[in-house]
Design a protein around this ligand. Sequence first.
Ligand code: PMP
Length: 435
Amino acid sequence: MTAGPRSTEWFARARAVLPGGVNSPVRAYGAVGGTPLVLESAHGAEIVDVDGNIYLDFVGSWGPLILGHAEPRVIAAIEEAARRGTSYGAPCKAEIELGEAVVGAYPGIEQVRFVSSGTEATMSAVRLARGATGRKIIVKFAGCYHGHVDSLLVAAGSGLVTFGHPSSRGVPEDFVALTRVLPLDDEHALETLFAGEGADIAAVIIEPVPANNGLLLQRREFLARLRALCDQHGALLIFDEVISGFRVGRAGAAGHYDLVPDLVTFGKVIGGGMPVGAFAGRRELMKELSPEGGVYQAGTLSGNPVAMAAGLTTLEILEREDGWTRLEELGAYLEQRLKPVLAASPASATLGRLGSIFWIAWHAETLPRAADAIDARAGETYAGIFHALLAREIALAPSAYEVGFLSLAHERAHVDRLAAALEAALTATTAEAQG
Ligand code: PMP
């Protein structure tokens, strides 16, 4: 399946004025080849390209759209808020209400500050951790992505794995000299690092549900050991819940694993499809932020009333309609339908899933738990499958390392369509490879 004539024409125009034709790298199809679809609109579980083709979508704008595209009540809230002004640069009711909702939902946090992206959230949380502890070292894990923060662009996942760069040009060595990178799923490596540098570690940042380098679900014991070591050495634990927050449940991964971090970062779902990020923690830590404390942090559009309205409405609907339970049920159904199809394929694969997040692990019988455990052939196998699915009007993310998302707009019939198309795609691409 290649993009239609209008997508092709628009993407040629895009390439002239936008680097790579995109505003975020993985959208460019670099990992799967071909020309990206240029979209015109999206509703519920479907996206529509400029040629008028309709696709069943499992990308969900990379996670925010937990209710589906253009959910009418979210759109109504956005319209209503916009009519009262798109930005004030002053306190507004919606940011206070969303703040109360976030603080009330997540364990161990008392205050939250809103920003405009996940990257801003992690960048600010790291600064706060350093300011509050007076220490310098930040620890992250190989394969975890925390946005394009200079000091965290070390062995990151997401687009960086896709394009095979371990890090980014433009980040001087000196900027990452205080960042330590550890493998996931490895208590011994953790213990060794803490034994050597524990007194200098300001914070350890982790995606408790690593979902940017495939879905590398961690053992609870590993996360609990990390929590204990941070406590023992006076380091702060930051859960980056930009993907998992308000998606794997009301209390995110903290609730799922029953482990409470010192700081947490949010994005995606809390913005209901508008540009929102946030970081939160105990009052005693959050008061270190300006204007109360000496850790500077600010934003012209932070707490934007239109974005806050979208987030608030999204969380209210999830609560009212028992969203997380329904998503878990649909996720379980997806697992039940896809697993046998994958197991029967020549590229024997399996499915990783937590709630409404899923990932196909190619050439794997058991799910990998660390970045280097993923079979390097995954990318090659995936490109063919991706295009064969697109030809059947199903859109998965354009990279083997990206997860898929279900929303409340998805139904069992959509999952059935995915299972049937995947089976057909696997047969077609295998026949091609042999022929
Ligand atoms: N942290 C995690 C875990 C993410 O998945 C992402 C984005 N995918 C970010 C941070 C960065 O968020 P944003 O793209 O909104 O800057």
